[in-house]
Design a protein around this ligand. Structure first.
Ligand code: NI
Length: 253
């Protein structure tokens, strides 16, 4: 049983075969998927996919890379969309100083507003932190009651220890299978199995041996395999643990 906690099936990369591909996942052992939205439109599409496919769940949020499109009315619309019974989280939200470090203030305000929205709605958050570790940590530390996952965790082992102490989950993606994965592997060593998610971030970040191709949730097995090597488990054990973790955080029975 595999649970892909982060896959953008609303992305245009899946326009040609989206429904066939989603239908092919449960027979391939992928029983659950969360599709996080990146703006109002993509959040709405993620919810539509969750209505059409019983194994798909959605999160709604405004991604920092989309900051140029943001309007205050978008937050009201996201709040409304979040009432949907298959919306399990607020995400993908966060800070990205890799793509754009000229709107740090705007990104910070949007992030903070969505963290507060998640608390109000009593939903977990899915956090995107790219080259913004210190500011992300400061932002989430303002709200001790927040729960959620740092998606595609790329911070230090030191920061991971702090987040784990505060109850956060850490998501690991295709890059753990890449040759230069040293830092993520160090984090995996100290991260207990009860706090690990495996995610594809489809259509991006395909793991070895499919690096460079369009990604989909059937590639989770390669990430699970890598984690299994580090933890001395089987890939199947990793799949079971991480699926239970996701069901716990996102309250899926
Ligand atoms: Ni993503």
């Amino acid at each position: 049983m595999y649970f892909d906690t982060h896959a953008h099936y609303d992305d245009a990369a899946f326009d040609a075969d989206r429904d066939e591909l989603l239908a092919a996942l449960p027979p391939a052992g992928v029983d659950y998927v969360i599709d996080p939205g990146c703006d109002v439109e993509s959040s709405r599409r993620a919810l539509e996919l969750s209505e059409a496919h019983s194994h798909v769940y959605a999160a709604v949020g405004f991604h920092p890379e989309e900051i140029d499109k943001f309007t205050p009315a978008a937050l009201d619309e996201l709040r409304r969309l979040a009432q949907h019974p298959k919306c399990v989280a607020v995400g993908e939200i966060g800070l990205d100083y890799y793509w754009d470090d000229s709107h740090k203030k705007e990104q910070g305000e949007l992030f903070d507003a969505q963290l507060r929205m998640a608390l109000e709605l009593n939903k977990p958050v899915i956090i995107h932190d790219r080259e913004a570790h210190a500011d992300c940590l400061t932002a989430v530390n303002k709200y001790p009651d927040l729960r959620g996952v740092f998606h595609c965790y790329s911070g230090s082992a030191e920061m991971a220890k702090q987040l784990l102490k505060q109850g956060w989950y850490l998501g690991f993606d295709g890059p753990v299978t890449y040759k230069n994965a040293k830092k993520a592997l160090e984090v995996l060593e100290i991260c207990p199995m009860e706090r690990i998610f495996i995610e594809t971030d489809s259509p991006y970040l395909s793991p070895v041996p499919n690096r460079g191709k369009r990604n989909d949730s059937r590639n989770l097995v390669h990430i699970a395999q890598k984690i299994a090597e580090i933890k001395g488990l089987t890939a199947e054990d990793v799949a079971q643990h991480t699926a239970q973790n996701a069901k716990r955080l996102f309250q899926i029975s």
